[in-house]
Design a protein around this ligand. Structure first.
Ligand SMILES: O=C(O)CCC(=O)C(=O)O
Length: 270
């Protein structure tokens, strides 16, 4: 089975590119229309049901290594067009994870953090796609970002403990101005893009409405991973060419399996 085709064929406007450079994010980019969204939602339910009993879907990643349908979704040309407009065509995919607020789910809160602070990647140029499978706003724990915070350098992160947190690290709110917080409200089928230095996080869904986003991490081929920190890191060239060849290449999945832990290797799957 192939993922649905995207509806959008447009590229980023100059205003959007400037906004990404200055504020570190772009939201409300069209990607999939209603019929396609229904298919994405159905497929999400199917994938979720394949996880072993008791697995928190927020705490497994690299779906693109395990599941051909997810891999193909990440390769959607309309999504890659937007990313190419920011980082150029020589790009690879290295991460893919659902961030969900589900009734009865365990982890709900994503503490304020900067991705680049704990990703052993250099240079720090990964762009994250956050594709909304359901409408998201303040009532169901939409992602929130601190606009412009990617330009203020990496902040000190403290450790947080508890099952309700998706991540174990957090930036104290005193480190930024609350007036700069922007909610990444999205309609199902829309996506946002954010810089890996941007402070972001999210709270629980207070309405009980499902919130599901699929993130895709894409980086220019010059980005290299420190394998002593992330030995299972693998790159999947999505466009252009890789003149650097300094990261291990992942194997494209041939079946529809599911990851059951963080950072599996592609060789663990068919
Ligand atoms: O979905 C969320 O609330 C947070 C997502 C996130 O932390 C990320 O994309 O890096």
């Amino acid at each position: 089975m192939r993922p649905p085709a995207a509806s959008a064929t447009r590229r980023l406007t100059e205003t959007e590119k400037v906004q990404f450079r200055d504020r570190g994010y772009i939201k409300n980019l069209p990607a999939f229309e209603a019929a396609a969204v229904a298919e994405l939602q159905q497929r999400f339910d199917d994938l979720w049901s394949l996880l072993p009993e008791g697995t928190d879907i927020n705490k497994v990643n690299c779906w693109h290594k395990a599941n051909r349908w997810v891999y193909d979704l990440c390769a959607t040309p309309a999504i890659l067009d937007y990313v190419e407009d920011l980082i150029g065509e020589d790009m690879f995919l290295w991460g893919c994870q659902f961030f969900c607020k589900l009734p009865g789910g365990v982890s709900t809160d994503v503490p304020w953090h900067q991705d680049a602070q704990y990703w052993p990647l250099a240079p720090k140029e990964t762009v994250t796609v956050w594709l909304a499978l359901y409408d998201t706003d303040d009532n169901n724990g939409a992602m929130r970002v601190v606009a412009g915070s990617h330009r203020t350098g990496l902040q000190e992160h403290g450790l947080v403990e508890g099952d309700k947190y998706v991540l174990a690290q957090s930036i104290d709110e005193s480190k930024f101005d609350a007036a700069d917080i922007v909610t990444i409200d999205l309609q199902a089928g829309q996506m946002s893009l954010h810089d890996d230095g941007l402070i972001h996080g999210s709270g629980p869904s207070t309405s009980g409405q499902r919130r599901v986003g699929l993130t895709m991490r894409l980086a220019p081929t010059r980005v290299q991973c420190d394998l002593s920190e992330w030995p299972n890191f693998e790159a999947y060239l999505m466009r252009g060419r890789d003149a650097y060849d300094h990261n291990p290449q992942g194997k494209v999945p041939t079946a529809d399996e599911v990851p059951t832990k963080m950072f599996p290797l592609s060789s663990e799957f068919a």
